[in-house]
Write a protein that binds this ligand. Structure first.
Ligand code: UD1
Length: 371
């Protein structure tokens, strides 16, 4: 008989792509998702992109009854339900803690009574805080942070003790976490809680630390979503993209189908009690991302707005060392940034985006969360 897999948050961006990947490989897929308005819009309908073969249970991961129902006859669980905005987490503190931390606790209590063969939890690169850096002599530096007064002066980089700018360096799983937002804290909590309850109840558990995921289906009307979807929403409405700091901060953009690939491998291989980075292994600046997207959408005439402001909770640079996930899970990223952007542009042609970015920026500004 086919294995039956539950994806919490499976009607969303990453979960729905994972559902496609698993269905294609012959698994049965059930999704528990609350179809929350911020992501799915006012009507909270089943999204058209969700594979028709997915069995959808509409419900909240904090609701023990729904979770119990969703776990019936399930062999493996992906816990991908979460609130995902770094900036928003700095003022919706209770909601983020409730959905992410308490939601995980409810799921784990249910799993402790009905263990499954595998649990995979979506963790995040944001738990690292700043990535690793290298000094001029080639020494690796960790645990560095920017000071608020430096950021207020518009001085964005990370320095060594002698005042030299450090060069960012790929970050492996061994880097000590440094939590700089409520979101990051909640992701670390989800990761640790799953790993320790997994160990206690003999549920083989893997945490995947996703880097900056992009691709089709990322909500275009959610102003707290990832930067590429936000930029797409701005450009589709002929508005300039808003860039924090100077736009030279670097991230690792990984295509959602590669995230789906790594997720499937995490279930199919024997790995347990482990954390893995899942990125592309490449780094781009936010300015480069903005430029490439404008070009592909033929919106180069819209000049980006560089705010020169710091979004509280943000880090300067972080990109993945993916050697562990390649070696142990056999993961190999397949979609380049260029290829992924072409696909994204084709999908965007059929989409409308409600641009709520100005309101969201205001929410941060009035609370002093952009400085
Ligand atoms: C993102 C994800 C987070 C995930 C993490 C993993 C979202 C909302 N956040 O966080 O869930 O765990 O990746 O790496 O999907 N920026 C702008 N202008 C904007 C929006 C963002 O300049 O309008 C900048 C930010 O200041 C930041 C960079 O773009 O420097 C990336 O921001 P964002 O897409 O929010 O990603 P992360 O904070 O890295």
């Amino acid at each position: 008989m086919n294995k039956k897999v539950l994806i919490t948050g499976g009607a969303g961006f990453i979960g729905s792509h994972l559902a496609d990947e698993l269905l294609e490989k012959g698994y049965e897929v059930r999704v528990l998702d609350n179809l929350c308005e911020q992501v799915h819009g006012k009507n909270c309908n089943r999204p058209a992109f969700l594979n028709p073969e997915v069995e959808l249970i509409v419900g909240d991961v904090r609701d023990p009854k729904k979770v119990k129902e969703a776990l019936k006859d399930i062999d493996a669980v992906y816990h991908y339900a979460a609130m995902v905005g770094v900036g928003q987490s700095m003022y919706e503190i209770k909601e983020y803690t409730d959905v992410n931390n308490v939601g995980t606790a409810v799921l784990l209590e249910a799993l402790s009574k009905n263990p499954v063969e595998k649990l995979v939890v979506a963790s995040s690169m944001s738990i690292y805080g700043e990535g690793l850096y290298k000094d001029a002599e080639g020494n690796i530096k960790a645990g560095l942070e920017r000071k608020l007064d430096q950021l207020k002066r518009g001085d964005w980089e990370i320095y060594d003790a002698k005042g030299n700018v450090l060069t960012p360096y790929p970050t492996p799983e061994t880097k000590t976490p440094s939590l700089s937002s409520v979101y990051a804290l909640s992701k670390y909590d989800q990761e640790r809680m799953c790993l320790l309850i997994g160990k206690a109840y003999n549920i083989p558990t893997v945490a995947l630390r996703f880097f900056n995921v992009f691709g089709t289906r990322q909500s275009l009307s959610n102003p707290y979503t990832g930067v590429l979807a936000i930029f797409a929403s701005r450009l589709l409405n002929d508005n300039p993209v808003l860039i924090f700091e100077d736009g030279n901060q670097m991230r690792d953009f990984v295509h959602v189908s590669d995230i789906a690939q790594a997720s499937r491998l995490a279930m199919e291989t024997g790995a347990a009690g482990e954390v893995f980075n899942v990125g592309s292994g490449n780094a781009y600046t936010i300015n480069e991302i903005a430029g490439k997207l404008s070009e592909i959408l033929n919106k180069e005439y819209i000049v980006p707005e560089i705010s020169g402001k710091y979004r509280v909770g943000d880090i300067r640079h972080c990109f993945a060392d993916i050697s562990k996930v390649k070696t142990i899970l056999g993961y190999e990223p397949k979609v380049s940034l260029a290829g992924g952007l072409i696909e994204l542009a084709e999908w965007l042609e059929g989409q409308t985006a409600e641009d709520k970015v100005s309101e969201a920026s205001n929410e941060l500004a009035v609370r002093g969360l952009t400085v």
